[in-house]
Design a protein around this ligand. Structure first.
Ligand code: GDG
Length: 458
């Protein structure tokens, strides 16, 4: 069996998993994949060093070997806080108004990718399959090729790929996409992002694409395809059945005294549409005063990327908005929004999901959105809750029995909440069964097997 080498910005293998931290979707998905192979997971430790001199920290825990490096302050600022999170993240989420194009960010990004390539190349053996993840590492495959790596190398993008007319606002966009075409397989979450990418390749680069997603460009061939990511279904449903989940469920139910809980769980990020969610919820309170004190919105939003200014701003705006809505609508025995800026262990999250009648998930743009799938997985089959989901989340392509909404419309959000609260149990069960079958069948193992099969050229 070939070894699998996973390369991503951050490494979050078993040891590093923090009980209460906001473990990203990527981390949750990959730990499962690596345990089954004799995997190595390579990336940045998240730590800063005075001067990087090639030091690689290798550890083995729970069947997974991790290989991490530290980065210098300037590298973290230009590559991670800069190009990855202030240029690519907003642009790829269609927010060209927030994207910053600083020359130093671009050079820092290339420099750090060169450091990754230089450090990981000596670990690679001839039969290894190499799987590179996400927007931090777009040019890494090309840099490995430059160092003579001939292995099969795949790339998976966890976030959307923007339409060509937005993508061309990125300086040196062509150079970036040319590097991507050095991979053997390029994976996207949904057909929509795949089509945007192929459109760019054909219209801007003059590459040819056949109907199976094979791209030919300047004598090279590679394959681009959609591989929608799933959750670690077994792990999550097991957690949902355990004592921690049951206690979290009881705790939330006790403290909300029979009211219907509406839950949102998101890293604090402007792409998640939490402001729009609060506004839609307020519209619901205004339009349905008789129902108002029968519901509570629990928003769990662990802070994220706090070194980036736009993230400090969104945090402030949400605090103000939650304060405003609570001030305007609260009563002596009821507060409409519980806004919590901290993370919880996964089993506790599973319990909160199960105690909630509605999940309100309203990203303005999201590669997939694993929270939607976790909510479905955690429900009581005899009395499941209702998923309200933005049509702009990749997950909306699979969870078609959710109440799909446009998150920019406060009225649609408000009406969906009313519809969900009034939904008869039979309809809740019917919709949930369909979504549940998808979450169970197209889980993270299914995703990984499909990607690895494509990477092997099967
Ligand atoms: C990116 C893409 C894509 C959240 N709060 C807590 C906590 N979480 C966990 C959730 C979920 C994960 O974080 C978030 O995953 P998402 O998929 O919703 O979003 P991103 O972090 O933006 O992930 C996304 C994903 O990559 C995978 O490809 O789906 O579109 O943006 O698993 O449960 N976990 C714990 N405590 C919390 O308080 N333990």
């Amino acid at each position: 069996m070939s070894r699998l080498i996973v390369i991503s910005n951050r490494v979050s293998a078993p040891k590093a998993k923090s009980a209460a931290g906001a473990q990203g979707g990527l981390a949750v998905a990959l730990t499962a994949a690596l345990r089954e192979n004799r995997g190595i997971w390579f990336g940045w430790s998240g730590n800063e060093c005075e001067k990087f001199e090639g030091k690689l920290d290798m550890e083995r825990h729970d069947g997974v070997t991790t290989a991490t490096i530290d980065l210098e302050r300037q590298d973290i600022d230009e590559y991670y806080n800069g190009y990855a999170n202030r240029t690519l993240w907003p642009l790829f989420h269609y927010r060209i108004d927030l994207a910053e194009y600083e020359r130093t960010f671009g050079s820092g990004y290339e420099r750090v990718n060169e450091i990754f390539a230089e450090t990981v190349a000596p670990l690679i053996e001839p039969d290894d399959l190499i799987w590179v993840h996400d927007y931090h590492m777009l040019p890494l495959g090309k840099m490995l090729r430059d160092r003579g790596v001939k292995n099969r190398i795949g790339f998976f993008l966890h976030i959307p790929w923007p339409p060509t007319r937005l993508f061309v606002s990125l300086p040196y966009h062509e150079r970036l996409v040319r590097t991507l075409l050095e991979y053997d397989v390029i994976g996207f979450q949904t057909n929509e992002w795949l089509e945007s990418f192929l459109h760019y390749v054909e219209k801007e680069l003059g590459g040819t694409v056949d109907e199976d997603g094979w791209i030919e460009f300047e004598g090279r061939r590679c394959c681009a395809k959609a591989f929608p990511i799933g959750i670690d279904f077994d792990e999550f449903t097991e957690a949902a059945e355990g004592e921690t989940a049951a206690e979290a469920n009881r705790q939330l139910s006790r403290s909300t005294l029979g009211k219907k809980v509406i839950i949102g769980v998101d890293r604090l990020d402007y792409s998640k549409g939490v402001e729009e969610r609060f506004q839609g919820y307020e519209r619901f309170l205004e339009n349905n005063p008789e129902q108002a004190d029968h519901v509570v919105l629990l928003q769990i939003a662990p802070p994220s990327r706090g070194e980036v200014h736009t993230y400090q701003e969104i945090r402030e705006r949400l605090e103000t908005l939650a304060g405003h809505i609570n001030g305007a609508h609260a009563d002596v025995d009821w507060v409409p929004i519980r806004y919590v800026n901290q993370g919880y262990p996964r089993p506790a999250l599973a319990g909160f999901y199960r105690a909630s009648r509605i999940a309100l998930i309203t990203p303005l743009r999201d590669g997939m959105n694993l929270v939607a799938k976790e909510y479905v997985a955690a429900q009581d089959p005899d009395d499941p809750g209702v998923l309200i989901l933005s049509r702009f989340a990749g997950a909306a392509q699979q969870l078609t029995e959710a109440l799909l909404i446009n998150p920019y419309s406060t009225d649609e959000i408000s009406e969906a909440i009313s519809q969900a609260l009034a939904m008869p149990r039979e309809e809740r069960i019917r919709r949930w069964e369909s979504n549940y079958a998808n979450v169970r069948d197209e889980d993270v193992i299914w995703w990984r097997k499909n990607f690895v099969a494509a990477l092997k050229g099967e």
